[in-house]
Design a protein around this ligand. Structure first.
Ligand code: URA
Length: 209
């Protein structure tokens, strides 16, 4: 699928399968999400530009690779995005963080914004928006459009699971934003949940149901 990268690493796929299981506990779900987000972050940052810097090792001097310096922003789409955010910050502790608070109106399935806070200089940064589930795509597209209105130009979207309907709707509104996901599932049900999916990601990570 154009502009969609499926992270098919065996460790990602194995952990995802355990997360899907109904019997997986809240604690295990949260731990696995943190671990998997680290692996997903590895993939979404794979093509970051490098430069070299002169360093001294105990054996002598060498020109060694370092990140070129375009700073990262991880934009968490609340509340489930925070589950991905934590593992990503383990990997890139210096990244800046934006929060976009959206809830899904259960009747219309439309995203309603209730909170927004982001660094000022979004236009100079690579912004990686995160939300575990790309279902209808209403939340993801609303969050990304808000980040674009605030100046973000270079944006990627990272999720754990995507529905084909969500990808199609996302593509229509945001044709140039690359999507990274661990899997594309079968379909959305009539309530906008991904099938087979893993249920409500927020409820599963916080034990709220
Ligand atoms: N959000 C979730 O948490 N799960 C889904 O299946 C769809 C949207």
């Amino acid at each position: 699928m154009d502009g969609v990268t499926i992270v098919d690493h065996p460790l990602v796929q194995h952990k995802l399968t355990i997360m899907r299981k109904t019997e997986t506990s809240t604690g295990s779900f949260r731990r696995l999400l943190r671990e998997i987000s680290l692996l997903l972050c590895y993939e979404v940052t794979r093509d970051l530009k490098l430069t070299t810097t002169r360093i001294e090792t105990p054996m002598g001097e060498t020109d060694a690779p370092t990140l070129e310096g375009k700073k990262l922003v991880f934009a968490s789409i609340l509340r489930a995005g925070n589950g991905l955010l934590e593992g990503m910050l383990d990997l890139v502790p210096s990244a800046r963080v934006a929060h976009v608070g959206l809830y899904r109106d259960h009747k219309t399935l439309e995203a309603v914004e209730y909170y927004y806070k982001a660094p000022d200089d979004l236009s100079d940064r690579l912004v990686i928006a995160v939300d575990p589930m790309l279902a209808t795509s209403n939340s993801a597209t609303a969050a990304i459009e808000k980040l674009q209105e605030s100046g973000a130009k270079d944006i990627r979207f990272l999720c754990l699971l995507a529905a084909p309907e969500g990808i199609a709707a996302f593509r229509e509104r945001l044709p140039d934003v690359p999507i990274y996901t661990a899997a594309i599932d079968s379909h959305l049900n009539e309530k906008g949940y991904i099938v087979p999916g893993l249920g409500d990601a927020g409820d599963r990570m916080y034990g709220t149901k």
